[in-house]
Design a protein around this ligand. Structure first.
Ligand code: ADP
Ligand code: MG
Ligand code: ZN
Length: 670
């Protein structure tokens, strides 16, 4: 027998096998009776179905005789495609949720009580095909057959495309007590909870409850957490979907997903639909560059149609979250839609303390940890960042073999959250080190000399994240207003690195690019937004809002000002920066010896803290400082907060605002 006939025979065998298997499977499935969801779940609850096979939305249940192991009945059901049945838990939760709804007898249903439960593993195909090539062919054939079948059944072929990524959670454990430091927001949402608990009470009095609540706030401020807490408090199902999930390549899919989602919700009211990142679909219509009728627009329209279709007290509340309210389509905000708006802001100092306490609840904290201090120096941190900081601290403590989380870990946790881990192992040459040391000393010395700058807490030449080194300053209060003097000082301090390089290295490196960007941005905003230039006067030439491509496109005079004005703006920006540069150069020349000493200490010790900075500023010699550091080595870093609980006298600048945004200052990698 030659090779060709051999392969031919194999192919024939394979085809016969495929046919046979396909036939057998189709026979089994063919005999299964298709029934409705309530009936199917009822049979699961009573135990009539004791074997369950879940393949996404296609569920098959068997009644298997325990004694003989014979299949006496088979049922199939098609579950709503909006759910994600890819986990054991999801399947179980869905069954339980629907049992309760039907008031069925067995609310303690567990999949474990079944004789057999199996889920289609999406990865199984590839594993099998590498093991048994024949099985692979069979699988392909079965899939082909399934596709053919569903196509014949009409419109089911694009099943996987239509599947929405919506998730439903029914017994959420999140409560308002898990959300810290947002009392006003909680009060507003408490109303929503009341309504979900007893919609009839409100309906009886003719009260109109908002059908949509929009949570607006920066990332990580707990918007998702809030939405979950509302569902948890009210004890209602929580349907969640992200706006970006709706945006697909195929036109019409998003709209269909919205319909599916709302249909499902209507069957489960009272409930909450949570649409995260609604700005992904809720942008102003007609603003897209791709012309009028794009996918996003259809999806948005569908959301509006669905929300308008609510009966007055339907018991469904749609909560949406965004951090870009400015680009939302105004239609979304009309009465009957998202007419209730709740701002979720970055936490203030009290809020931060409470959030830290909530997240420290189940962590062993050292007794000397003072959350007030930690809260005070984490201005600008979001709830998520605070949670992350505690987690990093816990990891550091565990790695150090400690039993509790102490101040040292918290301090390092803050830095890690702000700038990524230190890269101690990155090879840095001596000349690079010296250069970075001067650059950072330049920043640090100016930060100390300019009286409106925030106090310096740490200066380091250890690379971290993308920065070659860093000078860290921390505001002492939470004020968001920024004065002219503070901005000018900030620009001066930010130029310090570059100026130090000019003075000492007499050559400039690329290390200052991030500084220069920061400086230009500040100066631009001073001139165009904050009316801080006499030449231009009190006119805002630019709004604070980030430029949104679609909206501004084609609008020729973008900011609405002339070419001359544009030239004046440029000149004013340049003037501010040049003046600051001159001042920085003068100050650093006058204090050259401080800078020299500081950079020598940095080259030697790599990182210095408040105390050393203060010694150097008072004129201490580098040898003195190094000796001081050697002496307290080991004890020094026990409580890094100790030196910063009270700002030093030089830094107390009464009635001056501090700036939240400039919580750190880092340098671009060299
Ligand atoms: P958002 O949706 O606004 O981006 P999340 O709700 O996803 O923020 O918050 C992320 C995480 O941050 C939460 O899971 C929680 O651990 C923490 N967090 C944020 N805000 C708070 C808060 N006010 N209280 C407690 N934890 C919070
Ligand atoms: Mg979120
Ligand atoms: Zn710098």
């Amino acid at each position: 027998m030659n090779k060709k006939t051999k392969t031919l025979i194999w192919i024939i065998v394979a085809i016969v096998a495929v046919g046979l298997v396909g036939f057998v499977i189709s026979d089994i499935l063919g005999s299964a009776k298709t029934i409705g969801i309530p009936e199917f779940i009822g049979k699961l609850a009573t135990g009539e179905i004791n074997e369950l096979y879940v393949d996404a939305y296609k569920w098959t249940g068997y009644t298997v005789e325990a004694s003989s192991g014979r299949v006496v009945a088979a049922y199939t059901v098609t579950m709503p495609s909006i759910y994600d049945f890819s986990s054991f838990q999801a399947v179980e939760e869905y069954i339980i949720a629907n049992l309760e709804k039907g008031g069925a007898a067995n609310p303690n249903f567990s999949l474990l009580s079944l004789a057999h439960f199996e889920m289609a593993d999406p990865n199984a195909g590839s594993l099998f095909s590498s093991l048994f090539p024949l099985l692979g062919i069979v699988l392909v054939a079965v899939m082909f057959w399934l596709i053919m079948r569903s196509a014949a059944g009409g419109g089911g072929a694009n099943m996987s495309i239509n599947k929405t990524k919506a998730h439903v959670q029914s017994n959420l454990k999140v409560r308002f007590s898990d959300v810290a430091g947002a009392e006003e927001e909680k009060e507003e949402l408490a109303e929503v909870v009341e309504f979900l608990k007893s919609p009839k009470k409100f309906a009886a009095l003719g009260a109109r409850i908002p059908s949509g609540v929009l949570l607006v706030g920066p990332p990580g401020t707990g918007k998702t957490l809030f939405a979950k807490a509302v569902a948890g408090e009210a004890g209602v199902p929580f349907f969640s979907v992200s706006g970006s999930d709706f945006v697909e390549m195929y036109v019409g899919v998003g709209a269909k997903r919205v319909r599916d989602l709302f249909d499902m919700a209507k069957k489960n009211q009272p409930c909450i639909i949570f649409i995260d990142e609604i700005d992904a679909v809720g942008r102003r219509r007609g603003a897209g560059l791709g012309g009028g009728h794009d996918e996003r627009e259809q999806t948005l329209n569908q959301i509006l149609v669905q929300m308008d279709g609510f009966e007055v007290n339907d018991g469904i509340i749609v909560i949406a979250a965004t951090n870009r309210e400015d680009i939302l389509d105004p239609a979304l905000l009309r009465p009957g839609r998202f007419d209730r708006r709740i701002n979720v802001n970055l936490p203030d100092v009290k809020g931060r303390e409470q959030i830290l306490r909530v997240h420290a609840r189940n962590k062993p904290m050292s007794t000397d940890v003072n959350f007030k201090t930690v809260a005070r120096i984490t201005a600008g941190f979001s709830g998520a960042e605070l949670a992350n900081l505690l987690n990093e601290a816990a990891i550091l403590a565990a790695r150090a073999g400690k039993k509790t989380i102490g101040n040292l870990e918290l301090y390092d946790g803050i830095n890690k959250v702000l700038m990524g881990p230190q890269k101690k192992s990155r090879v840095v040459t001596e000349s690079d080190k010296r250069c970075t040391a001067y650059h950072e000393s330049g920043h640090a010395v100016l930060a100390c000399l300019c009286k409106h700058c925030d106090p310096v807490h740490e200066v380091s030449i250890i690379p971290r994240g993308r920065a070659a080194g860093y000078t860290m300053t921390r505001p002492e209060t939470d004020d968001n207003d920024v004065s002219y003097n503070k901005l000018i000082d900030n620009i001066c301090m930010s130029l310090g690195g570059r100026v130090a390089e000019e003075l000492v290295i007499q050559d400039i490196t690329t290390g200052a690019s991030a500084d220069l960007q920061h400086v230009s941005e500040l100066a631009r905003r001073m001139v165009t937004q904050w009316g801080m230039s006499d030449k231009l006067g009190l006119v805002a030439y630019d709004s604070d809002q980030p430029v949104f491509m679609g909206m501004e496109y084609g609008n020729q005079s973008r900011g609405g000002y002339s070419q001359e004005t544009a030239a004046t703006i440029d000149a004013e920006i340049r003037r501010l920066i040049t003046e600051a540069h001159t001042r920085a150069t003068k100050l650093l020349k006058e204090n050259r010896s401080i800078m020299d000493n500081m950079s020598r200490v940095l080259v030697e010790k790599e990182t210095i803290y408040t105390e050393e900075v203060q010694m150097l500023m008072k004129g201490a010699d580098y040898k003195e400082v190094i000796a001081f550091m050697d002496e307290k080595e080991g004890t020094h870093r026990d409580n890094p907060f100790a030196t910063m609980t009270k700002p030093s006298a030089e830094h107390i600048v009464k009635d001056e605002e501090t700036q939240d945004t400039a919580k750190t200052e880092t340098d671009e990698q060299k």
